[in-house]
Write a protein that binds this ligand. Structure first.
Ligand SMILES: [Zn+2]
Length: 289
């Protein structure tokens, strides 16, 4: 394990430089000094086995760790039991593709409250995660399912809720999207203490080991009273959040997370910026890089 930084999907510059296919992405990412890559099945799992295996080979050759993002339409809080089970089926299919890639982490959105009381929605999600755990992790023992903290008020996935989900089984690993947390709570993440509170919420529930290895999404996100509105780039300074306080905590707490940037078009560039900030703090502390 080591800390890793990388983009979600391909930066605009990847295509501007003449690249066309994601099989070229791992080499392009590694050439920039990055070492993680998230492949999104947000709109569906359409990749073929040969393509996924080719991307996986390239990733292995360049020491780039691939994670996948499961479809956005998964909703483990759906009032319809069949649709809740369907969500687990999409996680299973994501795991199949992840195996072709040679990765270990699947990020997913737990679900939406819609018209349900929040407690009921959360109960559905926890019940599904409990029910799925035994057979899923028997089939995919090396896979981590990573429920994500969400940006809109009516979605399930506050840091405390994600902590509870991860308490169900050791192979659930938190994904904290700090942009989402900040957007949902109207710009709450400013100081190191604000970030520490999020990490502590998780640690209190599942201990420090998994928090150290957790999955992180980091991007600036515009928000309204309802929470997340849209992803921005690091060039935008209005909404935050800012990476520096989190980077200090990562160094202080010896964390080795995978940090994925979901900026709008500049995800590789902004991932590099985060890596630069992190390395700068390490250097200040006189650590060997
Ligand atoms: Zn997500």
């Amino acid at each position: 394990m080591a800390i890793r930084f990388g983009p979600s999907g391909n930066s605009a510059s990847f295509y501007e430089q003449g690249n066309k296919k994601s099989v070229q992405a791992p080499g392009w990412i590694a050439a920039r000094g990055l070492n993680a890559y998230e492949y999104s099945f947000g709109k569906g799992i359409t990749i073929t086995e040969p393509t996924a295996r080719a991307i996986g080979e390239a990733a292995k050759a360049h020491d780039v760790e691939i994670s996948v993002h499961a479809p956005y339409y998964i909703n483990l809080a759906n009032p319809d039991a069949e649709k809740r089970s369907g969500g687990i089926e999409y996680l299973r299919r994501s795991a199949q593709a992840l195996r072709w890639f040679g990765g270990t982490r699947i990020v997913f959105h737990p679900g939406s409250c819609a018209k349900l009381p929040r407690a009921q929605a959360m109960e559905f999600v926890l019940a599904m995660l409990k029910e799925a755990a035994a057979s899923f992790f028997a089939e995919y023992p090396d896979v981590f399912l990573c429920p994500e903290t969400m940006g809109k008020l009516n979605q399930v996935g506050t840091p405390a809720e994600v902590a509870q989900m991860c308490a169900v089984h050791d192979n659930y690993l938190p994904t904290v999207d700090f942009g989402h947390v900040n957007a949902r709570e109207q710009g709450v993440l400013k100081t190191k203490a604000d970030y520490a509170a999020v990490l502590d919420t998780l640690e209190n529930e599942i201990g420090s080991d998994r928090v150290k290895r957790m999955h992180i999404h980091f991007s600036r996100i515009e928000y309204t009273a309802a929470g997340e509105k849209r992803h921005l780039t690091f060039a935008d300074k209005q909404y935050g959040p800012f990476f520096e306080p989190l980077a200090e905590l990562i160094v202080q707490r010896n964390m080795e997370p995978v940090i994925i940037c979901e900026s709008d078009g500049t995800m590789a560039e902004d991932a590099l910026e985060m890596q630069r900030i992190y390395l700068g703090i390490l250097e200040q502390k006189g650590e060997k890089i």
